[in-house]
Write a protein that binds this ligand. Structure first.
Ligand SMILES: [Zn+2]
Ligand SMILES: [Zn+2]
Length: 171
């Protein structure tokens, strides 16, 4: 995700538009379906670089109830304050405590948005997700996927107070 910015954002109020059409970066810990789409505009505000725009991706998540893999579209509004760093000065996450994402700059002319995009994706992946709103989940006893049909566990469960009676009956 490299963009040539030569002469565009070295001084305020320079700006450059980066159109994103690329596979998701590795290192997110998640699987993505298809390519990323979006536009990130970088603006030199004098002190920092403002990054704004949008980003769309489709992440593949396990359902929180039945574990089924399903696609979850992400619609991300990009609105970040970044700093341009010479690539040899950047350590990943170095500035993350004060909310400023460093964007690596190579030879004063190429920015790499990979790290920014990776962080945006991770921040916007929901912690819980359902394959469908009314997912019935798995039976806690036998693990059967209840979306595919009821298991026998409920029928077999006998009121413990009646269990001795049932034993007597079987004898
Ligand atoms: Zn589910
Ligand atoms: Zn069951």
């Amino acid at each position: 995700m490299k963009y040539n910015i030569l002469g565009k954002i070295d001084h305020a109020p320079g700006r450059v538009e980066c159109v994103i059409d690329a596979p998701a970066p590795t290192g997110t810990g998640y699987q993505f379906e298809g390519r990323l789409a979006g536009t990130i505009v970088l603006v030199n505000t004098g002190k920092r670089i403002a990054a704004y725009g949008w980003l769309q991706a489709t992440v593949v998540l396990n359902c929180s109830r039945c574990l089924r893999l399903h696609n979850v579209p992400l619609d991300i509004v990009v609105d970040e304050i970044c700093s341009l760093e010479q690539i040899d000065q950047v350590e990943v996450g170095q500035d993350s405590e004060n909310g400023i994402c460093p964007i690596p700059l190579v030879d004063h002319e190429v920015v790499n948005l990979r790290e920014l995009v990776r962080e945006l994706l991770i921040l916007n992946i929901p912690p819980r997700s359902l394959c469908r709103p009314d997912c019935r989940g798995l039976c806690p006893h036998c693990g059967q996927d209840l979306n595919e049909g009821q298991c026998k566990c409920e029928e077999q469960q006998v009121d413990p107070r009646l269990a001795p009676l049932q034993k007597l009956r079987q004898q």
